[in-house]
Design a protein around this ligand. Sequence first.
Ligand SMILES: [Zn+2]
Length: 637
Amino acid sequence: MSQLSPYPSEVFDSWAEVYDTQPNPLLSLEQRILGSKLGDVHGLDILDAGCGTGRWLHQLADRGPRSLIGVDISPAMLLLAGTKLERTCDLRLGSCAALPVDDATTDMVLSSFVVSYLEDLDGFAQEVDRVARPGATVFLTDMHPDTEAQFNWKRGSHAGQIRGRRWSLAQITQAFQACGFKIVSLMEPSFSIEEKQIFEECGRLDLYESALAFPAIYVLRLRKPPSAPRVRKAACYAPGEIHLTGGRCAVGADASALASLSIDGRTIHSIESGSWKSTLDLSGFLLLPGLINAHDHLDFSLYPNIGDGPYQSAGEWAHDIHSNHAERIARYRQVPRSLHLWWGGIRNLLSGVTTVCHHNPLNQELLSPGFAVRVVPDFGWAHSPSLEPDLASKFRESPAGVPFVVHAAEGVDEKSSREIFDLDRIQALDDRTVLVHGLGCTAQGVSLINQRRASVILCPTSNEFLFHQSPSLGFIRSLDSVMLGSDSPLTAAGDLLDEIRFVHTQTGLDANSIYAMVTSRPAEFLRLRQGEGGIKPGSAADLVVIRDTGLSPAETMARLTNDQIELVMIGGRIQLAGEWLYERLPGGLRQGLQRFEVNGHPRWVRAPLDRLFAETEEFLGSDFCVGGKRVRRAPAA
Ligand SMILES: [Zn+2]
């Protein structure tokens, strides 16, 4: 049981203690029905996705499979499973949104009472498709969604009210059929005399009587066709074919064309002057490539600016805030990291960012297909030369072919400007090196950076807040490879669009240069591999849609504000919509979007907002900002 993106694993940890011991008529019914349907599993490689305490693994182990893997998001559940099982079972901590299982290695996938906890049903179906061999069997069971609605059944136990997502049977079968699975059987059994005793023991015979006429659970058996071609690799999640017609499409900083975009799965299939089919008419809109935010700290997303500059260096600022603002920091630090990360993803999404480079260790949640934005998966990093005593070996040990990101010259004193030369001396300055800030760089420092073919990420509003200075136009123009990042709201204005407008209006940098700094440049220097940063056939379908004002793509982007964004698509899936376009989206594309307000503007985003608001309010009350923008729950309809 239990796997699932929107719930922190702790919820299931607390449930684990009682899960096995509480009498549960649903489990009893499932046991009777599914137990007889599993058939002969001799010699099969079996995966229990969301295995919980190993209820099914335990039984399957006795039936002689070739291998048995149990995946669950809750360490406590796995621990319990481990105590029950022989060593023959391989227990893995992980999420159903990104199963820690190799491609095409499984003959049977079982997922018991898991589906309704999934935030991303399509993503789960595609993950199951990825790990399943041709001909594989899939069993899905859960509380019956219709009856659950009818009786308002609650999930979980007294240990925790676990909220479920009520996917309909049609949605569930469609998600798997979209991956090529065929339905073998669908059983919708009701309770019977065998469960009566459990109700009796709980003193709830009334419930038993009233539920008798309805299906209590479903057991869905699916089959992957024997010779199904493997279309996708790892964690993909796009809904299928989408045709965006009538819009003006950016093909470069100052080039655009009226075109129809056909999106197949996660990628742009073709760009043509006309199309027979239309999923969404974007006449009057401009399509920009999704923005790439080269530098952020997603885990500081809920913090406000803290500090009283000007400082000489980032080190001086850090010392000051920990000495003089400890209480304020403590208030935000009590918010669980996963909430900061989610709001960080949303903060980027709101500004049209489709790919972000997070400066800290990654976790599964950030890389899961259900996360708000795409997070750069492969890079080496260190905080900064002053905070990383062993930077040289960190650099040496980071894999070849991936960028190495490090804060450097973040200050205006001599020590900060020396850092570029320090990095060179320890041989950590080459074409993989991506320096964040570089504010304190001297002219010689810039020459050295260019000579070593290293690149620089600017975060100008953060510099302005800390040092009352930001990179000059001359400095920016002297760098061969330069990108733009938002940095965190602890020091910066809020999001990537704030940086773009700042560097355009305050620094005076031209729009075409800025366009490259958030599209093609970071795609190149962060070694992105899915065609991010451009709109072309074969590229990931990462798009930002705004009303067409007739300006060039770059001039439009240089003036863009959050509220002007009408649509954001990442990997072929709509992640954000403004009110106007949301109303015009076909139903299937709306699914999973939730509404809230950002500085008073309604936004629809694909994120577990109900949970995020409820959990964040526990720590910060209902009045909080994300990246300097006030967010509010949608008013009740
Ligand atoms: Zn930073």
